[in-house]
Design a protein around this ligand. Sequence first.
Ligand code: NAP
Length: 467
Amino acid sequence: TRRAGRPVPRAPDLGRLVKDRPTPGVVTCRRGADKGRWRGGEPQRQALLRQAIVDGVEYDDLEDDVAAAIPRYGDTKRIVSHHDFDHTPPNLEEIHERLCQLDPDVVKLVTMANKPADSVKMLELVAKSKVPTVGFCMGEFGLPSRILCGKFGSPFTYASFSRERELAPGQIPFEDMQRLYRFDFVGRETKVFGVVGDPIGHSLSPLIHNRGFAHDGIDAVYLPFRVPKGEFAATLEAFNRLDVRGYSVTIPHKEEAANYARQRDEDVEACGAANTLVHDDDGWRAANTDQEAALASIRIGLSDDGEDNVPLTGRHVPVLGAGGVSRGIASALMRAGAVVTLANRTAERAAELAAEIGCRHVGWDHRGTGHPQVIVNGTSVGMHPDVDSTPFEPHWFREGTVVFDTVYNPENTLLLKQARERGCHTVSGIEMFTRQAAVQYEMFTGASAPIDVMREAIRQGISAVQL
Ligand code: NAP
């Protein structure tokens, strides 16, 4: 029925809702002021919460301001909850203490994280609470805490039914919570790894590493940590309290990660950027696995039998692009003895980089000249959704040349399609992406990486992004 154009809210038939439930259930009914959908009166709402107890539902969620008015009865457990959608308040412990006074079986404390360290504060509170506490933070900064609360003692966590129905900011779909992060296996001993960057939402790294851990039965979880520029060092200091053992590092933190570490491998020393941090007895060690992965990808292309140890000495290699990826690959190729020629759309950038690493450069219009043995595309041309573009004219290819495209989305770029049509050997960016992750995985776990499983995970991740 409608009155003055607005639907009259009808009380839900709780008995029908909870009848034949396949699992223990939690009954929650949130007011509009708490970002819920209840539009009826407060007495009716509380009657519903009481009815849940009478019906013997396993858990009833009672906000802290009504918990005292709804007494304990029967076997129903009381979740006494407090939500703060704006921030993680400085008096978190005081709020928690107050909730503990309201006869809870479980305390639920959920606040908005406005910086990565908010999650640390919350998880420390969960760890030392005497009353079982489900405590985590909302928002993208808080996402890791929704999973890590399991490590620090929360009896359960919250997830959304489906990708389309996020009920709170940063909520993780049930399927990801189960299959990607394996929440059921996250416990006190679970080792924590993750990727730091900003933005981080579309990173495929959690998928690749978690899939590897699951395959190898390793008690570890890998999380996306959004960390804004300028907050890298302070955040890592705070995250030390979460016992994070290793990071993948991406834009915009690669240079800062190199400086942050106490030790740096040869590739990091050479290019001043790190994509990996691992914690050992001497503190943080920085590595750059991108370069090793790129060289291995090129070597595979050059070899007849898929081996990745073919020498690169004296090979002529034009590198297209002068951004971060090209810089790393060109400098690694130089150190491996290759003869590198840079070409970049913006000529000055190529000239500057060439002067820095001591290689040749040519104008963008001359990138198809010479008789190269390997061509590397380090530009973003051809990347999804710009899939009909290529940085190279098809008639410039010569049969037998190795063409390595760092673009991995899509796997089969126009550049690679045209190269194959002209009889070239091709290697896709998937190979580099898989290998840089595999080297990280080995540094993180000390075990050899399930490289085929990881490659397949990337392929699946990419097809999901393209949908
Ligand atoms: P970047 O620093 O932004 O550099 C982008 C490069 O692409 C620059 O040289 C830029 O030239 C060039 N470029 C962009 N649009 C162009 C166009 N329309 N025509 C000609 N050149 C163009 O990016 P990056 O970090 O080096 O990453 C480059 C690509 O590497 C990414 O797009 C990604 O596909 C790939 N990648 C692969 C992996 C892997 O593991 N396989 C990992 C990371 C990245 P200007 O200087 O003229 O702007």
